[in-house]
Design a binder for this molecule. Structure first.
Ligand SMILES: Nc1ncnc2c1ncn2[C@@H]1O[C@H](COP(=O)(O)OP(=O)(O)O)[C@@H](O)[C@H]1O
Ligand SMILES: [Mg+2]
Length: 309
């Protein structure tokens, strides 16, 4: 990949110089279906993480669609449990002789942080580690929700930790509560990981609400605590692509089956009762009262952690 032009500047970080670099493959931190993240050194010497949209996304929904949305959302946020954005800009690339302009987003570089799932798997006390991460994530979520925003992609790989703090990342799908993405209305689809989607999103295709984040957080908590949980749950989704995706009845059945498996796994596990209660309340298991506020949830988690440790 060769950068042929740079047209962005940042007074402190010197990002004009930053994007003078080629995005060096050796500095590629991660490449997902949606984006590539490169570690780059800004002129002031500080490392930054530069997120650029994948060319696949560029070809479908448009160049920089998610990156630009994420930049706008992150620009409004300032919280220790949420990744900080530094600036955004554009760069130009030659692809097959065509000059293309793409957006990038520069983020604080999270040195020595790792995926929360990998972190708990390495930990001596998996449940304590998982509860620490969930409490940290709730702090970030409570702040986000106070701003009237929802994340919509809560899952272990979007929570990074170094063991002292955990941060929510990947705000590509975040938006004001109740607002559909343009591409959701245009393509009449719902974006995000189906395995963490609530009934109202997955089956009813309703606009996102805060409870959807709490539901995904409940499943994340179960996945962090229980080694086999997500694999078993995802088995229920395996024939989704083979069948007609728009078949609401089929989706309802898949959702119900995945929730039965989830309830069974949690109930039959050796998790302390208080942890089961926390997860069941987050995912709204029948008869359980959901948390009235993020503050109430935080208080509950503190009690659970105190009782477990
Ligand atoms: N600021 C950062 N510092 C270090 N690594 C990061 C940073 N942001 C993302 N990553 C790494 O890149 C991966 C993908 O980032 P993410 O924002 O989730 O992109 P996507 O939208 O493609 O899922 C993360 O799981 C993490 O491993
Ligand atoms: Mg991600």
């Amino acid at each position: 990949m060769k950068i042929i032009n740079r047209n962005t500047a940042h007074p402190v970080l010197g990002l004009k110089r930053l994007v003078n670099y080629d995005f060096d493959q050796e500095k590629l931190i991660a490449a997902t279906e949606f984006s590539e993240i490169y570690r780059q050194r800004a002129r002031c010497g500080m490392s930054v993480a530069v997120k650029i949209g994948s060319t696949i996304i560029a070809k479908t929904v448009g160049k920089g669609y998610f990156i630009e949305r994420e930049a706008v959302i992150l620009n409004q946020l300032d919280h220790p449990n949420i990744i900080r954005s530094l600036c955004r800009g554009r760069y130009e690339l030659k692809i097959d002789k065509f000059d293309c302009s793409f957006s990038f987003l520069a983020l604080e570089y999270l040195k020595d942080f790792e995926d929360s799932l990998k972190f708990v798997e390495r930990s001596n006390d998996r449940i304590a580690a998982a509860l620490f991460i969930i409490e940290e994530a709730v702090r970030g979520l409570a702040y986000l929700h106070e701003q009237g925003l929802v994340h919509m992609d809560i899952k272990p790989s979007n929570i990074l930790t170094n063991g002292r703090i955990a941060k929510l990342i990947d705000f590509a799908l975040a938006r004001p509560e109740g607002e559909e993405l343009d591409i959701e209305s245009k393509y009449r689809c719902i974006v995000g990981h189906q395995g963490y989607m609530s009934h109202s999103r997955f089956v009813d295709k309703k606009a996102p609400v805060k409870a959807d984040d709490l539901f995904a957080l409940g499943l994340t908590a179960a996945e962090l605590c229980l080694p086999d949980f997500f694999r078993l749950r995802m088995r229920c989704y395996k024939d989704l692509a083979e069948r007609h995706n728009e078949d609401e009845d089929h989706k309802r059945k898949i959702f119900q089956a995945s929730m039965s498996v989830s309830y069974e796994e949690i109930r039959g596990s050796r998790l302390p009762e208080s942890v089961k209660e926390l997860i069941f309340r987050l995912i709204g298991e029948s008869g359980r009262t959901q948390f009235a506020s993020a503050q109430e949830l935080l208080e509950f988690i503190r009690q659970v952690r105190a009782s477990v440790i």
